[in-house]
Every structure is written in structure tokens, then in C-alpha cells.
Design a protein around this ligand. Structure first.
Ligand code: ADE
Length: 262
């Protein structure tokens, strides 16, 4: 038998380790942690703070509002884990609104890192630039908005990467299905009851005809993506001839015209 890979390791450096641990343990990730698929370790940066008040922040040089996360406790926290027997997985990723945008492709990239990776959550008005310049390997943002700290961003990264790790979800999706829907929005899903307050589940989904179901889902994905996220269709190089034909067959000629096809 092939040796089973060890758990996928993610270390999170934060001032709020309990926030990360509570979310992980309350969600599907907690089960994966217990079952040994995930090894998520949180490190409290404040533990590395010295001084009577164990303070981790200070006023910005040059003036301005807010406080800046000081370099000393951050370097000390990361270096103590890195020097420990089990070390620290790299890359070390700083979560900051000025980072490169995190997306599903980035999630796959991180999930493919055999040794796992580490996350550093920013706080206050920012992190001393020397942390970005000399300690971390890269910077990621979860979107063009500013959170009060990196913890929610770290959880976004942890959850979206963890669900790609084999075993974590329990019901593995086939690679086929992943690539089938790659770059498109999901099709609509329904469960029982078939009729709810007079709103019916589409007949095709109850037909038992897998070929028709698959085709309907494909059409729904394409229609939704064209309507709501035409930028995603562009990013995958537009619609194939076969997809255009499919949409014509499903009476979506107007939608195609609206998006410059035909
Ligand atoms: N910290 C604050 N805002 C953030 C964002 N949008 N992404 C990542 N980290 C953040």
C-alpha cells in the first residue's frame, strides 16, 4: 500500500488564535482536524511580546492615525516556531489588503504545497514594513475591502484550501466534475420537496435522464455566468462553438447576442 500522506499543515500567526480555533473546530474543518487530514496550528503573536505590558503595537513613525503591529513580536513568534523541532511550513503568507488577490487558482496552488504553508494575520492600521520585506514570502488579499484584521481573511484561505485537501470533505468530487465546471458559476441546486409554496423543481431534474440533467446543468452554468459574471467567461477565452450551439438549442439566442455572439 502506498504510504498515506501526513495531515496537511497550516500554521496561523495571529493575535486572536481562539477566533481561528473556534471557527475551525465548529466547522467541517474540525472533523478533518480530528480525523488527521488537517494539522492547523495557531500561534499567539502576543506570547512572543516582551516588556511589562506585552504590547505588540506602536504609533507610526511620521505620524498618522492608528497603531502599527511592531516587528519584534512578529519576528520572534515566527522564528521560535521555525526553530522548533517540527519547524514551520513555508511559504509564510501575510494577509493584507495590499496583497495579490486570492482566488480559486491560488487556493489550488496552496493546496498543492506538500509541506503546507503558514499565514500571518495583520492587525491595527498595518504591519511594520520590515515584516513584509524580510520575514514573509508573499502577501495575499481576499478582496478589495479593508477588514480590521487578517483573521477573517486567514479563515477564508484556510477553508477554501482545506476543502481541496483529499479526505477533508468526505465526499470527494471527481477531478472530471471540477474541470467540467472550471471557471463557471455553479448551476442551481434543489432538494425535497419537489413543490414548495407552489414553486416547482424543474421537471428535467426529476426525469432520471442523466444526460439531460447534465446538459441542463451545463446550460444553467453558462447562462448564469454570462448574465452575472461575463468577466469569468472572458477570462476562460469566451464560449466554445459547442457551447454557443448548446445555448442556441436552449433558446438563449438573445443572451448570446447581448454578449456579442452571432
Ligand atoms: N486584512 C485587512 N483587510 C484584508 C483583506 N481584504 N485581505 C486580507 N487581509 C486583510
Amino acid at each position: 500500500m502506498a504510504p498515506s500522506p501526513g495531515p496537511f499543515r497550516i500554521d496561523v500567526f495571529t493575535l486572536f488564535p481562539e477566533v481561528i480555533d473556534h471557527y475551525v473546530d465548529a466547522s467541517i474543518l474540525g472533523r478533518a482536524r480530528v480525523q488527521g487530514y488537517l494539522d492547523i496550528r495557531t500561534h499567539d503573536v502576543r506570547d512572543a511580546a516582551t516588556g511589562p505590558h506585552r504590547s505588540v503595537d506602536d504609533a507610526p513613525f511620521g505620524g498618522g492615525a492608528g497603531m502599527v503591529l511592531a516587528p519584534d513580536p512578529v519576528f520572534a513568534s515566527v522564528e521560535s516556531v521555525a526553530a522548533s523541532e517540527e519547524g514551520m511550513p513555508r511559504p509564510l503568507v501575510l494577509l493584507t489588503p495590499s496583497g495579490r488577490r486570492f482566488d480559486q487558482r491560488e487556493a489550488h496552488r496552496l493546496a498543492d504545497l506538500e509541506g503546507g504553508f503558514s499565514l500571518l494575520c495583520g492587525r491595527y492600521e498595518g504591519v511594520d514594513q520590515r515584516v513584509a520585506d524580510h520575514l514573509v514570502d508573499e502577501e495575499l488579499s481576499v478582496g478589495d475591502y479593508v477588514l480590521a484584521g487578517g483573521e477573517l481573511a486567514a479563515l477564508v484561505v484556510v477553508e477554501s484550501v482545506a476543502r481541496l485537501v483529499p479526505g477533508v470533505l468526505g465526499n470527494e468530487r471527481s477531478a472530471d466534475e471540477e474541470s467540467f465546471s472550471a471557471g463557471l458559476l455553479e448551476y442551481p441546486q434543489f432538494t425535497r420537496p419537489a413543490s414548495f409554496r407552489g414553486w416547482e423543481v424543474p421537471d428535467v431534474l426529476r426525469s432520471g435522464d442523466h444526460g439531460r440533467v447534465e446538459e441542463w446543468r451545463r446550460v444553467q452554468s453558462l447562462v448564469r455566468t454570462l448574465r452575472l459574471r461575463p468577466d469569468l467567461v472572458e477570462a476562460r477565452g469566451g464560449l466554445s462553438d459547442q457551447e454557443v450551439r448548446l445555448l442556441v438549442e436552449h433558446d438563449e439566442v438573445q443572451l448570446l447576442r447581448d454578449h456579442g455572439y452571432h
